[in-house]
Design a protein around this ligand. Structure first.
Ligand code: B4P
Length: 191
């Protein structure tokens, strides 16, 4: 089984690269951001609660996101492996993911961290805000998402580096160039 975590700051290209990776390796793509936005669109209780956090650029509470992730894994017993996009975002989520996968006799194979400077991140997200109108792609919310990333999410890099699973990839450049670097890293571990 191939289980890939795509890691990086908001706007680093996680969703973009995940879409290419799922095709290349035939994996099930789980984006917690997409799952939460689907709940918001449905106006479910979970969605209403999550929206309060997302518009402020804060993380949705761990127990909610962890529960949602475990449900999605359960619903896909035949998957050849998963791409975890935007999850984990806290140390508690990282530990929970290890535990959940262990229940199924699985583990994380590789963690790809997309490295992009803040100026480029802000630029990309403001552009997406103009094009797609996502409620969290405005300057104030972007600044808060970046702070949250450096304070709560970036420490996970050390968690995965200690497990020997972290690969840092330059996330600036064309989407195709970045994808080629990711494929090289993934092929290295499955060779
Ligand atoms: P996400 O949906 O994960 O939002 P994101 O970090 O911005 O990533 P996304 O995948 O959308 O963007 P990408 O970098 O691909 O999360 C949204 C919110 O949901 C969070 O702030 C949080 O509140 C909540 N949430 C989600 N998961 C959670 C969790 N686990 N725990 C708690 N809360 C959670 O791309 C950005 C833009 O860059 C795109 O427009 C793309 O076209 C562009 N781009 C990509 N690659 C490029 C390149 N090489 N060059 C130029 N532009 C590029």
């Amino acid at each position: 089984m191939l289980n890939i975590v795509i890691f990086g700051a908001p706007g680093s290209g996680k969703g973009t690269q995940s879409n290419y990776l799922k095709e290349k390796y035939g994996l099930k793509h789980i984006s917690t951001g997409d799952l939460l936005r689907a709940e918001i669109a449905e106006k479910s209780e979970l969605g209403k609660m999550a929206e309060n956090y997302i518009v402020k650029g804060q993380l949705v509470p761990d127990e909610v996101v962890i529960g949602m992730l475990e449900e999605t894994i359960k619903k896909n017993p035949d998957a050849k492996g998963f791409i975890f996009d935007g999850f984990p975002r806290t140390l508690a989520q990282g530990e929970a993911l290890d535990k959940i996968l262990k229940k199924y006799g699985q583990e994380i194979s590789i963690v790809i961290s997309l490295e992009v400077d803040d100026e480029e991140l802000i630029d990309r997200l403001l552009k997406r805000g103009e094009l797609m109108g996502r409620s969290d792609d405005n300057r104030e919310t972007i600044e808060s998402r970046l702070k949250v990333y450096y304070n709560q999410t970036a420490p996970l890099k050390e968690f995965y580096a200690k497990q020997g699973k972290l690969v840092e990839i330059k996330g600036k450049g064309s989407i195709e160039e970045i994808f080629a670097s990711i494929v090289q890293a993934v092929d290295n571990i499955i060779a």
